[in-house]
Design a protein around this ligand. Sequence first.
Ligand SMILES: [Ca+2]
Ligand SMILES: [Ca+2]
Ligand SMILES: [Ca+2]
Ligand SMILES: [Ca+2]
Length: 522
Amino acid sequence: MDRSICIILMIALAGAQASAEGLLEPSCSTLLTGDLANILMVTDVDGDGVPNILMGTKIGGNLHNYVYKDADCTQDWTHMNGGWTYDTPGDVRSFAVSDLDGDGRNQVIINSITSSHTQNTPKEYVYVIHANGLEDWDFNKECGLSASVDAADVDGTGIDNVILGTKSKKVCALADDTKSKKPVLWSYVAADPVEFVKGADMTGDAVPEIIAYSGGYRKGDLTLLSPLGQKLWTAKISGGMYNAMIPSNVIKVATLSSVGPPSIVIGTYESGVQAYSNAGKLIWEYKTGNLISAMEVADIDGDSDDEVIIGSAPNVIILDGQGKKVASWNSGSEKTIYSISAYDMDSDGKKEIAVGTHKFIYVLDDDGSKYGEWKYTVEIQGLTKAYEERDADAVSVFMGDLDGDGEAEIASAWNWQQDTHRGNQYSLALRAFEIDESYREAPPTTTTVMAEPEPDVDKPTMTEPTTTVVTPQRDDTIEDEPQEEEEEEEEEGGMCCIPMLPAIIAAALAVLLRLPLAIRRD
Ligand SMILES: [Ca+2]
Ligand SMILES: [Ca+2]
Ligand SMILES: [Ca+2]
Ligand SMILES: [Ca+2]
């Protein structure tokens, strides 16, 4: 984007306000204007024992690599400690990490698609980047319009093959040597555009099968392919998956029973969460009455069986391997739950759950009760108005050890937008938090005066703007999300004086009519 605009808007952003004392203590933060985050992945890309925070973005089409360890939070920490940014340009919703050439060092495979915000089209769809950020190769020959990537050794050579799912309805496996005359090992043609591919050994023979999701408006197919690209089964997903969803957030491989083969769990638009066996049989289904907007699988209680944690506004629900509810928590807000991550942050053998939603990160204990929260309201000094506040969306949250010191931290990507005379201005912030394990929020029923007041997420805070705020245009917002509170205030403000107008006219008329009468009486 234009640098001068970027700088002006960075100055215009006065800063962020957040709840102070609490479970999460903000450490590093990076502000990126003119862009929105899609996903975070935390993994040790360069094999130095320190995790890398990889973030794919929607408008800039960037893949950012941040290193948190010894990060200087006052500077752009992408470029500290071996971090980098790769510009595709386009919309990065899918990437994978693997050692594709067997030299012991990983590559990052980036898939970029045309951005729905800018119509920026990437030069190529698939980029392979070395851990130092340099491009190795790209791929856009056969299997064009790729929308999803993964890496899996389908031909058993010991080198992962790049797997592509494409808008042109194909699933493709590339040869180990993509520069060979036949770079495509095999391709499978689905009924609809392929939105998601993932390699996973579903049969226990140590060779990965390929999970693919293909779909259109309110319809979808979940398909399992053999390592040779033959269809093993397809399950029809009634109503499909919500089309703005990032599929990797709601399609997971789970060990629902430690004695059996793995299963596939999928969060759907209208059919709740469904669990499929490795043979394609629907094992169970859990309906919530709302779309599933986030999901994670993790062994919360430490019994070797995975639980399924689902986000379906306003609830976060923990299901056991049989799809039975074991715990749930209500956020008190109808706003979308964007992201879920699970990690044993206090080393008691049970995993806590981090939840990213509108304006908040919540951390829940293993029993689903609230441990603590962090609120992010961005204060904007607008170009035409004095001040506005915007609640940021925690679109992606990761809880785990970010710096390799054995202690848990949280990384999160926050998106928000403001209206300027140039149109919508998008911003994102990547934030890292230290965790204060000794902190525990008082239960909501506590009435002692010593207790901190429970923030009410439904009510606008005292600092909500009362001035006019233009309705945000969000083409990718999850459609069940209720309207912003600001709109209601604006309407009330506009309507308030009209009923009073007849009363004012009547009073004025009464005064005018009485005056001459009073004079005549005298
Ligand atoms: Ca291979
Ligand atoms: Ca378990
Ligand atoms: Ca724990
Ligand atoms: Ca740590």
